[in-house]
Design a protein around this ligand. Structure first.
Ligand SMILES: NC(=O)C1=CN([C@@H]2O[C@H](COP(=O)(O)OP(=O)(O)OC[C@H]3O[C@@H](n4cnc5c(N)ncnc54)[C@H](OP(=O)(O)O)[C@@H]3O)[C@@H](O)[C@H]2O)C=CC1
Ligand SMILES: N[C@@H](CC=O)C(=O)O
Ligand code: NA
Length: 374
């Protein structure tokens, strides 16, 4: 059998998505090892917010026991840049998987790419921060305008989790279609919240209790206020708008409706916020009652109008027969109105949050990079 090649993998962030990713990585490792020629996926680094496990001689860390080994680590936590330099010296190509929602990490992507390290990530922060960071990332990436030898970058799960949203939009744009409008439900958390708070069939739980459930199900951001303030959706729309050709400066450069009660703006932690949220259930009950009086239901949506350069995020009421009203669970629905598709949009629908479906997008991106590194 041919010797094949080795690709070194570093995983940063081992929460809901990171752990699901490690499970999928173990399966992929086995599958690629059996191919001819084989590809050897070699895990060399696992890092969380306070601990890091790395292989001093670039020998494989066992994926199945990596988390238990990480837990046992007592050595000092190295700075990120030290770890990036360690990866840059690996005896082969490296793919860094960022399963955090950390912005500091995101800001070093251009440097990481320029060192020949590829990045796959569900983290929205880098791609929705300043337009200048976006430009620098794609100027450094080999699948942007960066030089050969630099790393590749893919971030499918940053919008619609594992749903093929970014690959579809990129293909529409790269094949010369004209994107006119993108609209829909872009948050698994918000979808779950409103589908269970005001189901079309009537009834529904209290708002704060549904927020707590969304967190327990792994749908929310590490801090659920990042969902409820509308910014998670705004970040996704910033990414989509940029791919569609609008140089949106940031997720705060267009109207975004926040569902955080003004009184809870200064809560010190997500837990403190969740503990106090039930005191404000009556406000969301009023929103629900107003929609119900018109025979409608309320949902949290977003839209990008490419022609008029308008982007907005917030609550809207929908007739009960509308496809947005009828969503289930954490489903996203994303409609692309383009010149080719005319008045019948191209629609993508399905689970938009959750560890396994999000990790699937990350693993899919890793497979793309592995093929490009051939
Ligand atoms: N959950 C979902 O459904 C989806 C999530 N995403 C994105 O995936 C990413 C991960 O989400 P999720 O797994 O749910 O989040 P979790 O909170 O479950 O996990 C986050 C992980 O990142 C680690 N981490 C945080 N800061 C740092 C840091 N500075 N350095 C190293 N590690 C760090 C945490 O460490 P520790 O374990 O020590 O706390 C934890 O392991 C986020 O960017 C999110 O937006 C995207 C689509 C859907
Ligand atoms: N918190 C996000 C996770 C996926 O991006 C959401 O609920 O959609
Ligand atoms: Na996606």
């Amino acid at each position: 059998m041919a010797t094949g090649k080795t690709i070194y993998i570093a995983v940063v962030g081992v929460g809901g998505v990171g752990q699901a990713f490690l499970g999928q990585l173990a399966q992929l490792q086995q599958r690629l090892a059996k191919k001819s020629p084989p590809t050897n996926l070699t895990l060399i680094l696992v890092r969380r917010s306070t601990k890091q496990l790395s292989s001093p001689d670039y020998k494989p860390i066992n994926i199945g026991t990596a988390l238990a080994e990480l837990d046992k680590v007592t050595t000092p936590f190295p700075q990120l840049i030290v770890s990036v330099n360690y990866l840059a010296k690996a005896p082969g190509k490296v793919v860094l998987v960022d399963n955090t929602s950390d912005l500091d990490f995101a800001t070093v992507y251009p440097l990481v790419l320029s060192k020949g390290i590829s990045i796959v990530t569900p983290n929205k922060k880098a791609f929705s921060h300043t337009f200048s960071l976006w430009t620098r990332i794609f100027e450094a990436a080999a699948n942007g305008s960066g030089p050969e030898g630099n790393g590749f970058v893919f971030h499918e799960s940053s919008v619609g989790a594992g749903l093929p949203v970014l690959s579809t939009l990129n293909e529409l744009v790269e094949t010369g279609d004209e994107v006119i409008k993108i609209e829909g439900v872009f948050s698994g958390t918000m979808s779950f919240l409103f589908n269970s708070f005001q189901p079309v069939a009537g009834g529904g739980g209290t708002f704060a209790a549904e927020v707590k459930k969304a967190k327990d199900l792994g749908y929310t951001e590490p801090d659920p206020r990042d969902d409820l303030n509308g910014l998670d959706v705004a970040r996704k729309l910033t990414i989509l708008a940029r791919i569609a050709g609008l140089p949106v400066e940031s997720p705060t450069s267009f109207p975004v409706q926040s569902l955080i009660p003004a009184e809870l703006k200064d809560c010190k932690s997500g837990d403190e916020f969740l503990a106090q949220l039930p005191e404000f259930d009556n406000r969301m009950d009023e929103v629900k009652a107003k929609a119900a009086k018109e025979g409608k239901v309320v949902r949290f949506v977003g839209s990008i109008n490419v022609g008029s350069k308008e982007v907005k995020v917030g609550l809207e009421s929908f007739d009960k027969s509308h496809p947005i009203a009828a969503l289930k669970g954490s489903d996203n629905i994303i409609s692309f109105y383009t010149k080719r598709y005319g008045s019948n949009p191209l629609i993508i629908q399905g689970a938009g949050a959750g560890g396994e479906v999000t990790a699937m997008g990350v693993t899919g991106d890793l497979i793309k990079v592995i093929k490009l590194l051939r």
